[in-house]
Write a protein that binds this ligand. Structure first.
Ligand code: URA
Length: 199
C-alpha cells in the first residue's frame, strides 16, 4: 500500500464525484501517519477550500483550542473530513458524494494510520459508522465496532452558534483524554531483542 503522502497526492486529482467541478482544491487531511487519534469532520468549508487544509477556519480554531486543552498538538493527530471537497455554498454532502469519497479515500486513510481512537465530529461522520445513532445521545461516549474505538463529539461549527454545545464539547474532550490514557500507548520503536551474552 502507498504512504499517506502518496495517497494525498493521488487525492488531489480526484474527479470521482460532482464536487470535483465546484471545489477549488481537494482537502485530503493532515497530521501524523502514526497518529493515535483521527478526527473526522464533515466537509471542507470556504477557508479550507482556499488553503487546502482541514479545519483552518473558525471551527478549526475551536478544534485547536479543544485539543490544546488536553495537551494534544495538531502534528500528533490526524484531521480529515468525510468528503474532501467543499460542497457548493456549504450544503450537506449528498449520499452519493459521501459513499464515493469514503469508499475511495477515507477507508484507505484509516487503513494506513490505524488509529487507536477515531473521533467523529458531527452527525455525518458518526452516521458513517453508526447509521441509526443520534449525536445528541452518542456524544461523549466511546463505542467499539469491529475492534475499532469510536468517540463521537458534536461538530465544533455547531458549538459556535449554540453555547450549550460548547459546554458539551468541553466536557467530552476531557472524557477523550481519559479514553486516550486508557488506550495502549504505541511504543516508539519495536523493543530490541535481548542480547545474548556470556558475561
Ligand atoms: N468543517 C468541517 O467539517 N471540516 C472542515 O475542515 C472545516 C469545517
Amino acid at each position: 500500500m502507498s504512504t499517506l503522502k502518496e495517497l494525498h497526492e493521488e487525492m488531489l486529482g480526484c474527479v470521482l464525484c460532482p464536487l470535483s467541478r465546484s471545489r477549488r482544491v481537494v482537502v485530503p487531511g493532515e497530521g501524523s501517519e502514526r497518529a493515535r487519534i483521527v478526527f473526522i469532520g464533515e466537509a471542507p468549508g470556504w477557508h479550507e477550500d482556499q488553503q487546502g487544509r482541514p479545519f483552518v477556519g473558525p471551527a478549526g480554531q475551536l478544534l485547536d483550542e479543544l485539543m490544546r486543552s488536553i495537551g494534544l498538538r495538531r502534528e500528533e493527530v490526524y484531521i480529515t473530513n468525510v468528503v474532501k471537497c467543499r460542497p457548493p455554498n456549504n450544503r450537506d454532502p449528498l449520499p452519493l458524494e459521501v459513499q464515493t469519497c469514503t469508499t475511495r479515500w477515507l477507508s484507505l486513510q484509516l487503513q494506513l494510520i490505524q488509529p487507536q481512537i477515531t473521533v467523529t465530529l458531527g452527525r455525518f461522520s458518526l452516521n458513517l459508522y453508526f447509521p441509526q445513532v443520534t449525536i445528541s445521545k452518542a456524544h461523549g461516549i466511546p463505542r467499539k465496532k469491529d475492534g475499532v474505538v469510536y468517540f463521537p463529539m458534536y461538530h465544533p461549527a455547531a458549538a459556535l452558534h449554540q453555547a450549550s454545545l460548547r459546554q458539551s464539547l468541553d466536557k467530552d474532550i476531557l472524557k477523550l483524554k481519559e479514553v486516550l490514557a486508557e488506550a495502549e500507548p504505541v511504543p516508539e520503536e519495536a523493543p530490541k531483542p535481548q542480547q545474548l551474552s556470556m558475561f
